[in-house]
Design a protein around this ligand. Structure first.
Ligand code: ATP
Ligand code: MG
Length: 288
């Protein structure tokens, strides 16, 4: 099939210096509820080099969503530090955090979060709409993004006229529209059947091969098998952080382009520049 247009970069080939996309230092999050304190994250420390493809696993209640909310700048830690590139985001104001979300992080959700009234290409445009960046050029860019995820012939379809896998592809295109610093995916295949799950994971794999840093939360070992590295949480602590020795093999036969060395500390991706906001909140019902 699948994803024409991904230019392979050598960013994962382990042959250069490594820039850090994300750095967590003794990251802690407490929730306070009816006089009780819940220690959801108890001091988690790890780095995500640019070009990494990381899955975060762990049993229910282990702190995955809490971690994702912090890394996605949707919430602030109660202790420790969180760096995005060189910037410490743990102390930033709400406005600064929302700016980071809008420009440096691409979000992909289990339930796709497409806006039903908008066409596919308009959905991809949503992050640009929120930034006041719509133009004729941006429309063309969004069409190219649709093409990149194999949906160039579905531009005017509405979400209900797309399959689940196509909707998730559209959501991935939307997450990429601002060239994010990294993509955060929360159970992105949770609502998909096995075959479609594989297609979406291939798409993420191609994207990572092209240099994009991806952090994905998943419950499923079969899904984590597609990533370069797996971190497992338990009771708000990191249980293990390991390189996936079988990375590449999960992609099956005939995908020689995905046999790059599996280095969790692989070096730099494409430019760590600007990015895509993906906005959890729906925009006004007008066309962007
Ligand atoms: N807003 C909140 N207020 C109080 N406690 C919370 C809040 N959010 C999460 N918790 C608690 O923090 C802990 C970690 O929760 P979290 O949602 O991060 O787990 P999870 O690993 O995502 O679980 P699941 O796999 O079930 O989604 C749990 O004990 C949970 O009850
Ligand atoms: Mg969760």
């Amino acid at each position: 099939m699948n994803n024409p247009g991904f230019a392979a970069s050598d960013s994962n080939s382990g042959n250069g210096s490594t820039n850090v996309a994300l750095k967590l230092e003794d990251l802690q999050k407490d929730y306070f509820l009816k006089g009780e304190t819940v220690h959801a994250l108890n001091g988690v420390t790890f780095e995500v080099p640019e070009g990494d493809f990381l899955s975060i696993m762990g049993p229910s209640g282990s702190g995955k969503s809490t971690l994702l909310n912090l890394v996605g700048c949707l919430d602030r830690p109660t202790g420790g530090k969180l760096y995005m590139g060189p910037d410490d985001v743990s102390q930033m104001s709400d406005n600064q955090l929302s700016q980071i979300r809008a420009t440096r992080i691409g979000f992909v959700f289990q339930s796709f979060n497409l806006i039903p009234q908008l066409t596919l290409v308009e959905n991809i445009e949503v992050p640009l709409y929120y930034q006041g960046k719509l133009s004729r050029t941006s429309r063309k860019h969004c069409e190219e993004m649709a093409d990149l995820v194999g949906l160039g012939d579905r531009l005017n379809h509405r979400p209900a006229q797309l399959s689940g896998g196509q909707q998730q592809r559209a959501a991935i295109a939307r997450s990429l529209v601002n060239d994010p610093f990294f993509v955060l995916a929360d159970e992105p295949t949770g609502n998909l059947d096995t075959k479609t799950t594989e297609e979406i994971l291939h798409l993420f794999g191609d994207l990572n091969k092209a240099g994009k840093t991806i952090v994905m939360v998943t419950h499923e070992d079969e899904v984590a098998a597609f990533t370069r590295r797996v971190i497992r949480l338990r009771d708000g602590l990191m249980e293990f952080d390991r390189k996936n020795d079988s990375f590449g093999s999960a992609y099956g036969h005939g995908r020689a382009d995905l046999t790059a060395p599996d280095q969790p500390t692989s070096p730099a991706a494409t430019s760590p520049a600007a990015t895509s906001p993906d906005s959890p909140a729906p925009p006004a019902a007008e066309e962007p």
